[in-house]
Design a protein around this ligand. Structure first.
Ligand code: SF4
Ligand code: SF4
Length: 73
């Protein structure tokens, strides 16, 4: 079955707090091994399994950190 959603993570706005990683019900987010411009490990999408629920968007304290896309079935 095709994924119902997808996320775009703005790694340069991310502070690596991990709240989105913890909050995501299907656990499809993770912290990257690399560093962003602020020296944080930014969150990234594992690439599959997002439901488009939007919970990560509401969990993220950084404006513009996460954009959730709901995909047509
Ligand atoms: S929209 Fe929901 S399923 Fe998709 S990454 Fe965010 S919390 Fe996880
Ligand atoms: S909640 Fe926002 S700032 Fe925190 S790790 Fe996720 S994207 Fe980065």
């Amino acid at each position: 079955m095709a994924d119902r959603g997808s996320v775009e993570l703005n790694s340069e706005e991310c502070k690596g707090c991990g709240l989105c990683v913890e909050a995501c019900p299907p656990k499809v987010l993770k912290l990257s091994a690399r560093f962003n411009q602020y020296g944080y490990h930014p969150a990234e999408y594992t690439g599959a399994g997002c439901t488009g629920c939007g919970i990560c968007f509401f969990a993220c304290p950084e404006p513009g950190g996460i954009t959730v896309l709901r995909l047509a079935a």
